[in-house]
Design a binder for this molecule. Structure first.
Ligand code: ZN
Length: 377
């Protein structure tokens, strides 16, 4: 349920109440909310308002739902996109496609206008300055979203690997493969021979070609968990292939790290050098992607734009920052693990169960030792 959408006429991202004020000149009240004020404009809205992510038209306004007893808002006013035949108007790859009312609020969209955290506040200030300085405007923000959406949806990937491929790839990533060691039965004559370590070393030798596929992957457990959920939810389905975003993601992360380390602005508690592993603050990532987009992905042009932003006077209009910024890399890190896991699974032999493979290897080493020993005596 998109809470905001892009109005072509007003050239900005708006929620239902903001659109009502601009279209009717009337302030919504608890008795006459924005959705009600807009009820006579449904044709105009259908032709004017675009989905923030996929850019499709066909918007209608859905009224907020309130509890009869407490008057608390159970569901906020939002836009629903319907095609002429009454079906879902979103592109099938849009994150709002097939969106049920009950689904959690949009996670790919972040509200630069919200004052929730220090980093969002810091980024909001920079967004206001950027608009005042003419570095970007709301139309360019919409263009960036469309560009990312078109790029993602142009390449496809079918989630067809066995689901255990994710935990298998995760186990491989954690496996200490840098230690190389060849087993010989004579080694097991040591009084405290470590069979578990021997099995792990043998595992490295047996699967060495797979570690190469994972060497660029740096993700914490939370993102692996997210990858498992995505693979389960989309199994058998065709999805967009995020690997096309990789160069842009790398550039955006590099800019985040540089800006956070060289701006003397506090962007939150994660140290910039951990951004690649844990992910950078989402608001900063969205802003860096935007600045790179308007700089034609030229790193030093983007850095110059940031230098200009940071030295600009305080913005006179803070409501300019009331813009919902799309994180163009929504779920990127998790999807990347899904595609990497599929590649690893395709090149793996035997079962995709790390613990069972270790147990099998240990049993085989012990048997090798037993036979060697009986040959010795
Ligand atoms: Zn959409």
């Amino acid at each position: 349920m998109p809470a905001t959408a892009f109005s072509v006429r007003f050239a900005r991202e708006l929620d239902v109440d903001q659109l009502a004020i601009l279209m009717t000149g009337t302030q919504p009240t608890p008795d006459r909310d924005g959705a009600e004020l807009l009820s006579i404009f449904s044709d105009a809205i259908r032709a004017d308002v675009q989905c923030s992510s996929c850019g499709k038209f066909g918007a209608g306004v859905v009224r907020p739902a309130k509890s009869r007893a407490s008057k608390a808002v159970l569901r906020q006013a939002h836009f629903r996109f319907v095609d002429p035949s009454g079906g879902d108007a979103h592109h099938p790859f849009c994150e709002f496609y097939g969106d049920e009312e009950t689904r959690s609020p949009q996670v790919s969209l972040l509200d630069f206008g919200s004052e929730k955290s220090a980093e969002t506040r810091a980024v909001r200030l920079l967004v206001c300055k950027g608009i005042e300085q003419g570095i970007f405007d709301q139309r360019r923000i919409r263009d960036m979203r469309q560009w990312f959406f078109d790029l993602k949806s142009a390449t496809r990937f079918t989630v067809s690997m066995p689901l255990e491929a994710i935990s298998w790839a995760h186990a491989l990533q954690r496996h200490p493969h840098y230690r190389r060691w060849q087993f010989h039965p004579a080694q097991a004559e040591m009084p405290a021979f470590d069979w578990k370590a021997a099995a792990k070393n043998q595992f490295t030798e047996d699967h060495f070609h797979l570690f190469e596929l994972l060497k660029e992957i740096r993700s914490d457990d939370k993102i692996w968990q997210q990858a498992t959920e995505l693979a389960r939810k989309n199994h058998g389905r065709e999805v967009f292939n995020v690997t096309v975003l990789q160069p842009y993601y790398e550039a955006a992360i590099s800019l985040c790290v540089f800006v956070a380390a060289n701006s003397s602005v506090d962007f939150g508690k994660t140290q910039p050098e951990y951004y690649r592993w844990k992910g950078p603050p989402v608001a900063l990532l969205a802003l860096c992607a935007l600045v790179l987009f308007v700089s034609d992905w030229e790193m030093n042009t983007a850095i110059s734009a940031f230098a200009k932003l940071l030295s600009a006077p305080a913005p006179s209009d803070l409501t300019l920052g009331n813009v919902i910024g799309l994180n163009p890399f929504h779920e990127y890190a998790a999807w990347r693990l899904v595609t990497a896991s599929a590649e690893v699974a395709a090149k793996s032999t035997g079962e995709l169960d790390y613990d069972r493979q270790l147990a099998t290897i240990e049993a085989a080493l012990r048997e090798q030792h037993r036979r060697w020993k009986s040959g010795q005596s």
